[in-house]
Write a new protein. Sequence first.
Length: 540
Amino acid sequence: MRFLPCFLFLLLASCGPAPENVTDANAPLIDSATIDRHLAELASDRYGGRLPFSEGETLTLDYLETELQALGLSPGNGKGYRQEVPMIEIIGTSAETIEIKAKGKNLLWKLGADYMTYSDKAQEENIVTQSDMIFAGFGIVAPEYGWNDYEGLDVKGKTVVVMVNDPGYYTEDTTLFKGKEMTYYGRWDYKYAEAARQGAAACLIIHEKGAAGYPWFVVESSWSGTRLTLEEDGSPKLDLAGWITLDAARKLFATTRPDVTGWFGLATKPGFTAIPLNTQLNTWAKNELRRDKSNNIIATLPGATRPEEYIVYTAHWDHIGVGPAVNGDSIYNGALDNASGTSQLLAIAEAYTKLPEPPARTVVFLFVTAEEQGLWGSDYYVRNPIFPLAKTVANINIDGINPIGPAKDLTITGLGHSEMDDLAETEAKAQGRYVQADPEPEKGYFYRSDHFNFAKAGIPVLYATGGYEHATLGRDYAKGKQDEFVATRYHQPSDQYAPGDWPLGGAVQDGELLFKLGLGLANGEGWPKWDRGSEFYRER
Ligand SMILES: [Zn+2]
């Protein structure tokens, strides 16, 4: 999820252009009461944090189906609204401690305090024994940037220890990768996949709050307990993947040589050579496996004249369920993340049903599962699309509304990838707002929600909300709210909601923008193009 905003339908109604195709030009297109109602419901304790396969999934699917049916939207998968997503549920147990064998004195790490490990292998016992550890810099192989941390390195059966993010982040050298903006190479999922391709047994990523984009407790809560993955796709997997704290890394490196800061510096320099740590990893991860099917929910408004071309809206319905209690509360309600986006999308869907006639192209409302566990629902959809990807015009994704009220900005995460930016800017201007790039591109939000799977599949995407400059209270106020959310609520039981809790003006403002943008595409004939400089560039 990410935290972004916008509101002002009052302002919009007075200064924005009259919405086309709407009977009453003064009626708000997106109803804040609708968002409030859905949000309070989906974020309530009854839904148990909406973990896939749980009772919370059953309740969520039933709720979405009932609401979409009531809106008169068509089932998106033949006669039904559900797309089954076959997955493996992994209930992982990791060693409580890890003893690192080093020359001199051994090192003892404690689970949670120093590391989080797991295995994504669909097998019950995953053991790493006497695996030589090696510091492999960022663990990146990026030919287009002339970068290869694995150059001349044989890591078969070994444990690679790597830094999070990419060299551009640390140096802020804009000629190095994308400077401060995180590339896909900076992501944990890339690093594990690359280490597995290289034949490593294990990969441990060194957590650093700024570079990762979130504090350690997010690692702890996200990588403990139950995990999900799609059925085996034949790609190589590590025996063990994990994270270690910066402090654990310091202690580890100190067993060989104490100058950790120096090592990090070296790793950011082209031509860096991996450093053997002269230590060995011995540990295990046990998996209890359960195969089950989760579900995406899909509804459509069939196009009037070109029904075989598609605009796909997405919002993930899932969150992380029940976890360790914080202040006596163990339900991770995921109100902002992403009951809010789900509710906003329901409100957008409702706005489409109020059009006097459906738009030319088909509009698809796709509520995906298992985003939190690895963007699996959207991944599965893109691998098994109900509607041909070649006929899919664009994807508009919502993951978290702006919960602080109307905004002056529309902040686009991943600005500079496609013409979707221009369309968004046109709509933003009509609302009296300006467009800006994500001010924290180092956090890699572009790779952290479902639009990413569409982008990888060649479909231009938009992932945008307001919320960095409150319409009347300004930037500092907005930043304070954001920082507070990330520090105290993000992926915590305190991400919860009761009716009326948040000013929903921002969600209305963004909802209108996303509705109009999608409607424009749905009534047009255009195919937004990729920018040449995008790593996802494709001819369309
Ligand atoms: Zn989310």
